[in-house]
Ligand binder design. Structure first.
Ligand SMILES: [Zn+2]
Length: 305
């Protein structure tokens, strides 16, 4: 309510900040026209070439797998309770809510035995958008990969951060956790899920079932933890669209309940794969997006200083 009143009061001055449109530079100066060739070019090439965030008011634009982010903030490469990994990728950028979330989670993780914080994998590119390699999501500055490797040493050099690997926490193709999975992982995933900003966490099915079995207290947070392919070297946190971010498209909420039966079904399907449905259509090859395919405001994000 307060925010709404603030926005109405400020309507004449900073419409962009309230609407999430962000179609001027941060100082209100208009953006230059976009080159038509850029509009028809591949979005991953255009966004992959950007080295810094846009000087616009922060706004996630579009959906997790088809969008971009205005005014992204860079996560410091090293903080008191985190280190960003694989610095050469320049993917330690996100909406300010995500940067704050990661720092908060790292402080929670630092309380776990053997953990002094977290190793942070990919967030987004400086202006979000599709990437040249990996991930179809992580496009709007609201997704973060958190390594399963306990962050014991927070003095890793840039070279070490390029070269060390995380650890897998699964066995039997993800049906079960392995000996590297600990109660600390449970507590860190739980802390991430209990943050009201979190919409979903993706993790391999065996970990979800393990947490379902081990959780003896409040189970409501388990609803946000969703079984998915891969995700045994890291778990993936997806924040909901921040309040008032109008150009941001939320994913539908997870089904009601703790989702434990669903995760158990995933495990059963890993252990006893069902035969493929004879009439299943061949999966469509996914088309690469051009800049013009993304929400129109994303070309503004590219044009901005
Ligand atoms: Zn991810």
């Amino acid at each position: 309510m307060y925010l709404r009143r603030l926005c109405i009061a400020a309507l004449m001055v900073v419409t962009a900040a309230c609407s999430g449109q962000s179609d001027t530079n941060i100082d209100g100066t208009p953006l230059p026209d976009i080159d038509p060739a850029t509009l028809q070019g591949l979005a991953k090439a255009a966004f992959g070439a950007e080295r810094v965030g846009s000087q616009q008011s922060p706004a996630p634009i579009g959906s997790y797998a088809k969008g971009c982010v205005a005014g992204a903030e860079q996560l410091a490469e090293t903080g008191p309770t985190w280190q960003a990994m694989r610095l050469s990728r320049n993917r330690n950028w996100g909406h300010p809510e995500l940067i704050d979330f990661v720092q908060q989670l790292s402080r929670n993780a630092a309380r776990q035995p053997g953990w002094n914080g977290i190793y942070v994998g990919d967030l987004s590119q400086p202006r979000g958008g599709p990437m040249l390699t990996g991930h179809s999501s992580h496009q709007i500055g609201l997704d973060a990969d958190i390594w399963m490797l306990p962050a014991a040493n927070l003095n890793l050099s840039a070279t070490e951060r390029e070269n060390i690997s995380s650890i897998s926490t699964r066995r039997s193709s993800g049906a079960y956790t392995n000996a590297s999975w600990t109660r600390a992982h449970h507590e860190i995933v739980k802390a991430a899920a209990q943050d009201s900003r979190t919409a979903r966490i993706f993790i391999f099915p065996g970990a979800k079932v393990q947490m379902c079995n081990d959780e003896k207290g409040d189970r409501s947070w388990l609803r946000k933890v969703r079984p998915w392919y891969g995700h045994h070297y890291h778990f993936h946190v997806r924040l909901a669209c921040p309040r008032g971010a109008r150009g941001c498209v939320d994913q539908a909420a997870p089904p009601a309940g703790d989702g434990c039966a669903d995760a158990q079904q995933w495990v059963s399907n890993i252990l006893n794969p069902p035969p493929p449905a004879p009439s299943a259509p061949a999966p469509k090859p996914s088309r690469e997006y051009t800049v013009a395919d993304l929400p129109q405001q994303c070309s503004g994000v590219l044009r901005s200083r």
